[in-house]
Design a protein around this ligand. Structure first.
Ligand code: PEP
Ligand code: MN
Length: 447
């Protein structure tokens, strides 16, 4: 199957069933917003997307590891310097633990600067007998449980673009402007070390890195790579009007790129082979991902490869598996085995969050860190047994000290969930839990 991807192809999805799209009241208003978005500058450049694709090709070959993470749903309020800095700091700390303890290059991808739309399992939410449309992410409606907040407003798409720009600008500044210099390994931990076992464990690693850096500097080695990191943005490509409006034909290559983020993925609910989302993603040249849940068959995976990466371009396609701790060891081997046999270059990464969500007696949606770690352990076991490469992790976390998931070094239990339950959608790991997880993954990787 060949892909021509001219501008007509970029609109071919319009004739196909598109799940999880908001019902907007006024189509003219949506067209006007899309035209305004289409006139905005790109958030990312084609060359950056190609660079990430090359790094994901390294992952598929077994030579690098992906760390992808951020909020389940970013909020417009969250596009401020403190919140973004805390998330980046946590991501940098996790990356350092992985790079140092597992001795593997880490590709850092934020689930940030664009994660403003959510697929929902039910179109409505009922509270105390009151029924309102479900929250679909800040790009569509508001989280407040009142009719006005829950009205779909296409102008929010413009605000999503602007908040993405602000967030990405902060990320670029923090990761290139000195803050991500490896000499700062201690500084990232400063406000954290005393209060948590993970912080103290991290501090020991940071001390070792510091000594190694001093030694290397004394030897005259001080490469540019130590002074900043490459950081990439990503979100679920859910709202097709938004993604289409931000797709541009690159002047150099003549090929279309979705310039809303470096990496786009399709969720478990919108990856139908004959659906609009797969059709749209087929024609953009960014590196892309597809979530695969426990009902995915090996033939589904092969058909997705055939549609999304027929030419076998390395780094183009990543499968993000989210099976659940209880299913990963049974459901994953057949998928990996068949895909591996086909020779397709796929990067495999594990989302250990979405198959492990449950409701606590208090009504809070939560996850146990132990289940998350168990799915990760299963993911590594399966890959090791098949001789394939466990290529990375995709997690939902925040840099703040929230109480949304249970377990970890701070010993959070279900009775603690009410204390700081702040997520706009799914429960996120807090900073300590994220670092606990990074240490555990580094151990799994080294084995
Ligand atoms: C998500 O990543 O927030 C999500 C909805 O995941 P999935 O598509 O895997 O259910
Ligand atoms: Mn989620």
């Amino acid at each position: 199957m060949s892909i021509s991807s001219g501008p007509a192809d970029l609109d071919a999805w319009r004739g196909l069933p598109a799940l999880q799209q908001p019902d907007w009241d006024d189509p003219d208003e949506v067209r006007a917003v899309a035209a305004e978005l289409a006139a905005q500058p790109p958030l990312v450049f084609a060359g950056e997307c190609d660079q990430l694709k090359a790094q994901l090709a390294d992952v598929a070959r077994g030579e690098a590891f992906v760390l992808q993470g951020g909020d389940c749903a970013e909020t417009f309020d969250g596009s401020n310097a403190d919140a973004v800095k805390n998330k980046l700091k946590t991501l940098l700390q996790m990356a350092v633990v992985l790079t140092y303890a597992a001795s593997v290059p880490v590709v850092k991808i934020g689930r940030m600067a664009g994660q403003y739309a959510k697929p929902r399992s039910k179109p409505v939410e009922v509270r105390d007998g009151v029924e309102l449309p479900a929250y679909r992410g800040d790009a569509v409606n508001g989280l407040g449980f009142d009719a006005e907040s829950r009205r779909n407003d296409p102008h929010r798409l413009l605000k999503a673009y602007h908040c993405s720009a602000v967030t990405l600008n902060l990320c670029r500044a923090f990761t290139k402007g000195g803050y991500a210099d490896l000499r700062q390994v201690h500084a990232w931990n400063q406000d954290f070390v005393a209060q948590s076992p993970a912080g103290r464990r991290y501090e020991r690693v940071a001390g070792e890195i510091d000594r190694a850096l001093t030694f290397m500097k004394a030897c005259g080695v001080n490469p540019e790579e130590f002074h900043g990191v490459e950081f990439y943005s990503s979100h679920e490509a859910l709202l097709l009007e938004y993604e289409r409006a931000l797709t541009r034909v690159d002047h150099l290559s003549g090929l279309p790129y979705d310039v809303s983020a470096h990496f786009l993925w399709l969720g478990e609910r919108t990856r139908q082979l004959d659906g609009a989302h797969v059709e749209f993603l087929r024609h953009i040249r960014n590196p892309i991902g597809v979530k695969l849940g426990p009902t995915t068959t090996a033939d589904d995976a092969l058909a997705l490869i055939d549609r999304l990466n027929p030419e076998g371009e390395p780094g183009r396609l990543t499968f993000i598996t989210r099976m659940g701790a209880g299913k990963v060891r049974d459901a994953l081997p057949a998928l990996i085995e068949k895909v591996h046999q086909s020779g397709a270059p796929v990067a495999w990464i594990c989302d250990p969050m979405h198959g492990n969500t449950f409701e606590a007696p208090s009504g809070h949606k939560t996850r146990r860190l132990d289940d998350v770690l168990d799915e990760l352990a299963g993911f590594f076991e399966v890959h090791r047994a098949l001789g394939t490469h466990p290529g990375g992790i995709h997690i939902e976390f925040t840099g703040d000290d929230v109480t949304e998931c249970v377990g970890g070094g701070q010993g959070l239990v279900e009775g603690d969930l009410h204390q700081r339950y702040e997520t706009a959608c799914d429960p996120r790991l807090n900073r300590g839990q994220s670092l606990d997880l990074a240490f555990m993954v580094a151990e799994l990787y080294r084995k």
